[in-house]
Design a protein. Structure first.
Length: 103
């Protein structure tokens, strides 16, 4: 299992929305993901295994704080380290972070 974490693209939104509907009682709409892709201070990264989207993380970093707005892992990939890898990618990318918040 090779896990790849990369920046999301607009064509990933339908798959992220599919996961949202499976995982959350009050799922985000497409506009939330579109806004995250456009906003210069937010990040939206996806996790892939064999080109299949298996998770994502959305957030922003401000000074020494990391704000995670949304994180999700496909049910069949939970408890396999995907969520941890997504969060670790955030901390690797923003090493000056001293506090993290799950919004």
């Amino acid at each position: 299992m090779k896990l790849v974490i990369e920046g999301a693209k607009p064509q990933d939104i339908p798959e992220m929305m599919r996961l949202e509907k499976i995982l959350f009682r009050d799922p985000w709409g497409a506009s939330h993901f579109e806004q995250a892709l456009r906003h210069p201070q937010q990040f939206l990264w996806v996790a892939r295994i064999s080109l299949n989207l298996v998770g994502y993380v959305v957030g922003w970093q401000m000074v020494d704080e990391l704000h995670i707005l949304n994180v999700a892992v496909a049910p069949e990939r939970q408890r396999q380290g995907v969520g941890l890898a997504l969060l670790n990618a955030c901390f690797d990318r923003f090493p000056s972070v001293k506090q993290a918040f799950l919004e």
